[in-house]
Write a protein that binds this ligand. Structure first.
Ligand code: CTP
Length: 403
């Protein structure tokens, strides 16, 4: 399952408390989530966990001092660059001493200098003995650090290294990662929004072994689903037969075969969502009388009567409380004229136009070239791009209009 931490650059600041040994697990979990990790330790932290362990796990040298003394060139560890590199900074464990210095701008080591230079969100996970935790100066520091915009990952209750029991235990590594993931998730622009996406082809049965279908791969719909969840939306992906794999904890995938099944699944869900994106290549017609047994070869010609499938997008466009609606159109001639008519007929808020005349657009290929038409008939033309990039353009246009 993809984590919101995937691809993020994370600085982990380790200070001198016994909970420092747990940072090995934090590094492991961050790497597993797909983050790049650099570790800064205070001099005191090196007594609790070895830099070698953390550098091996993080795959980067661990930094403590402003200069690398062992290096004959004595290179400078630039705290400003480190701060700029990071997408987020986690200080765990955060001792009472380090928090006090963070509050007062007392910069006597590389970790504190980097903290003061960092522009990214800073999370801190306090760890100390229960009486220190309860001390008014500690509470005051918590409040001040929060007022500066830092995010506290509260300590838990339990057995402490001193042998006492109470509040002050650093949150467990899994809790720290979960807290950060939830926090990032809750700040994404589409957090709280939900979406139905149709994708792929439909297969219309002729007999038990044959069908009428098309070459749609489902790649465009899958890319859209991932882009929507990357912005925090919850997605219900209603997918015709497709080999494309899409896995994300915010994506519920419902596999269907025929247009009628897709129609039924869409209408079970559509009233619960804010946005509908209809990227499926739905068969317009289906065999009128599919048979239960395989059709035997007999006459020289065979006629299959076809009947119209329900138009799923139009049926949603006609709903009284329709969601924000995005449709697709594939045209071969008079593209804009046909697209304007389609947008009006199907009542779309955005219509994504693919022209079959454009090389690298359409079915089976990894690229697409689109124009986006809004309700006021404004047309935005985009360059030919990979489908993942096209999905970004479409989702950006949606975001501008639904927020
Ligand atoms: N669509 C749908 N249900 C159908 C047919 C199409 O939901 N039975 C949706 C597609 O997912 C797409 C849009 O309608 O978002 C446009 O489909 P398209 O095939 O281009 O248009 P049609 O209405 O089928 O018109 P035509 O084939 O005549 O151009």
């Amino acid at each position: 399952m993809t984590s919101v931490l995937s691809g993020k650059k994370v600085l982990l600041g380790v200070t001198g408390g016994i909970a420092a040994y747990k940072t090995t697990y934090i590094v492991r979990l961050l790497i597993k989530a797909g983050a790049a990790v650099k570790v800064i330790m205070t001099p005191a932290a090196r007594d609790f966990v070895t830099p070698l362990t953390l550098s091996t796990l993080s795959k980067h040298p661990v930094l403590t001092h402003f200069t690398n003394e062992e290096d004959e060139n004595d290179t400078w560890n630039n705290h400003v660059e480190l701060g700029l590199w990071a997408d987020l900074f986690i200080i765990a464990p955060a001792t009472a001493n380090t928090m006090s210095k963070m509050v007062n701008g007392n910069i006597d080591n590389l970790l504190l200098a980097t903290y003061c230079s960092a522009k990214c969100p800073v999370y801190f996970a306090p760890a100390m003995d229960l009486d220190m935790y309860k001390h008014p100066s500690t509470s005051a520091n918590f409040d001040k650090l929060a007022a500066y915009g830092n995010l506290m990952i509260p300590a838990g209750e339990g057995e402490l290294a001193s042998g006492l029991s109470g509040k002050g235990r650093m949150a467990e590594p899994e809790e720290i990662i979960h807290f950060i993931e939830q926090d990032i998730q809750s700040k994404l622009v589409l957090h709280g929004k939900s979406c139905v996406i149709t994708a792929g082809p439909t297969y219309e049965a002729i007999d038990p072994v044959r069908f009428i279908g098309n070459h749609s791969s489902g790649k465009m719909g899958a890319a859209l689903a991932l882009e929507m969840v990357n912005h925090g939306a919850r997605v219900i992906l209603i997918m015709g037969p497709s080999a494309v794999k899409v896995e994300h904890h915010l994506i519920e995938r419902i596999d269907v075969k025929s247009a009628q099944q897709m129609y039924d699944e869409v209408h079970k869900k559509i009233t619960q969502v804010d946005i509908g994106i209809f990227s499926a290549a739905v068969a317009d017609y289906r065999p009128a009388n599919p048979v239960d047994q395989k059709i035997k070869k007999k006459a020289d010609t065979l006629h299959i009567e076809l009947v119209k499938n329900p138009d799923i997008l139009s049926s949603v466009g006609a709903l009284k409380n329709k969601p924000f609606l995005v449709g697709f159109a594939l045209e071969t001639e008079n593209e804009l004229v046909h697209a304007f008519a389609k947008a009006e007929k199907k009542n779309t808020d955005l219509l994504i136009l693919n022209s079959m005349r454009d090389k690298g657009a359409g079915f089976g290929v990894d690229t697409n070239k689109i124009s986006i038409i809004d309700r006021d008939k404004n047309v935005s033309d985009y360059e030919i791009k990979p489908k993942s990039e096209v999905a970004k353009d479409i989702v950006n246009e949606i975001i501008q209009r639904v927020l």
